[in-house]
Design a protein around this ligand. Structure first.
Ligand code: FAD
Length: 373
């Protein structure tokens, strides 16, 4: 039995409930609240704070490395692959404009890709100028340059380096904190430690069952649970993909600066406060990493450490300060996010394919549009 005050202020039925307080969920809530200021918008998050990929990632504000983009063009055709590059580029501009570079810790220190003298390098070298020509239509300028002469400056041991000055790192914790602040200032409510166990769309609205036995009845629901979506909708083509990360202790004299990819994007590393943050290696055990379980494995961590000591900071002693994992989501074919209506009052905005920093804000706008008024 609620008092009249509880009923009016806390128990009123939200016009929109968002499941998941990651980049996509928070921006979906914000876009909807701006379009409908009088709506009650409630975000339900199962963690004590946002606890998904948005706060466990590597913090690359990137639109793709040369090998990744050439592979995408080969797999999907140029039009589709370039459209996604444009989405990523526009998304990054919007994110930076919305939250501010200082607030998200964006540094324009450049994005880079390392190559050994191998078949991948040969393939990329052949397609390099053509790729730059194709990207000209989006960026209005040349995007990638070979920067082999700068490999030594950064202390790397590799054969080739391609660079763009249009990318750089962000601080993912500060980004989500700034977004949370903005969302709450806009009047969106956030309920943490609220795990949704079922979503039932019925004639009176959508009932969200909660793990604590409670329930929320909402007019509309946006499901923004990315890698965890199959817990609620087992039939959706949304496969979890765990990414493992390690962070070194600060390394005196570290010369690394910027965001770096290698091995078609399967390895990524950057500097962070004088230390190296390094992740990836999922290709070594794709079946094992198709999981929502939190954890790291010796197979992948040993591989990352080997790369760290042989390629990234060769000959420099260092210790590992922290290891963690996060869960991304991919589809069984292609990299398109899944933004669709699942039932009359339920929309899903999930499957960010490891690009959520860049495209999250635009995926959320699409989701808010689909949710409607
Ligand atoms: C290791 C790693 C490195 C990455 N690096 C980059 C990068 O450098 N650049 C980039 O662009 N992208 C990167 N990504 C991908 C990027 O982080 C994601 O695409 C993006 O964060 C997805 O945002 P989201 O809001 O869709 O999902 P999430 O941030 O995962 O948010 C989903 C939220 O839903 C909550 N939730 C789940 N189930 C429930 C439930 N049943 N009830 C209530 N709440 C629930 C979760 O706790 C979580 O907070 C990386 C990802 C990982 C894991």
């Amino acid at each position: 039995m609620h008092s009249i005050w509880e009923q009016r202020s806390f128990a009123a039925r939200p016009q929109l409930a968002v499941v998941g307080a990651g980049i996509v969920g928070l921006f979906t809530a914000l876009h909807h609240k701006r379009a409908h200021p009088h709506h009650r918008v409630l975000v339900l998050e199962r963690g004590p704070h946002p606890s998904g990929a948005s706060v466990r990632n590597a913090g690359f504000a990137c639109f793709g490395s040369p090998s990744e983009l050439l592979a995408d063009i080969a797999a999907e055709g140029e039009a589709r692959a370039l459209q996604r590059v444009e989405e990523r580029w526009l998304g990054l501009q919007e994110l930076r404009a919305e939250l501010g570079d200082a607030a998200i810790g964006f540094e324009a220190s450049g994005g880079h890709e390392l190559f050994a003298d191998d078949a991948l390098y040969t393939r990329v070298a052949e397609g390099f100028d053509g790729l730059n020509r194709s990207l000209h239509g989006i960026f209005g300028r040349r995007v990638y340059e070979w920067a082999d002469g700068r490999i030594g400056d950064r202390g790397l041991r590799t054969a080739h380096l391609a660079s763009t000055d249009l990318e750089g790192p962000v601080d993912s914790g500060r980004l989500v904190t700034a977004l949370l602040r903005k969302v709450q200032e806009a009047g969106v409510e956030l309920r943490t430690n609220a795990t949704v166990t079922a979503v039932d769309d019925g004639p009176d609205g959508v009932t969200l069952r909660l793990a604590d036995g409670g329930a929320v009845l909402a007019g509309r629901v946006a499901v923004c649970t990315n890698g965890y979506t199959r817990d609620l909708f087992p039939g959706l083509d949304v496969l979890p993909a765990r990414g493992q990360v390690l962070l070194t202790a600060p390394i005196p004299g570290l010369r690394l600066k910027g965001t770096f990819h290698a091995n078609e994007g399967y390895v990524y590393f950057r500097d962070l406060d004088g230390a190296v943050l390094l992740g990836g290696g999922r290709d070594l055990d794709k079946a094992g990493e198709t999981t929502t379980a939190d954890g790291v494995t010796p197979l992948i961590q040993d591989h990352l450490e080997h790369l760290l000591r042989s390629v990234i900071i060769p000959g420099t002693p260092c210790t590992i300060a922290r290891r963690w994992s996060g869960v991304m989501a991919f589809g069984s074919a292609g990299k398109e996010p899944l933004v669709e209506r699942l039932s009359p009052n339920v929309v899903a905005a999930v499957r960010l394919s490891g690009m959520g920093v860049a495209i999250g804000i635009r995926v959320a706008r699409k989701a808010a549009g689909l949710v409607g008024g």
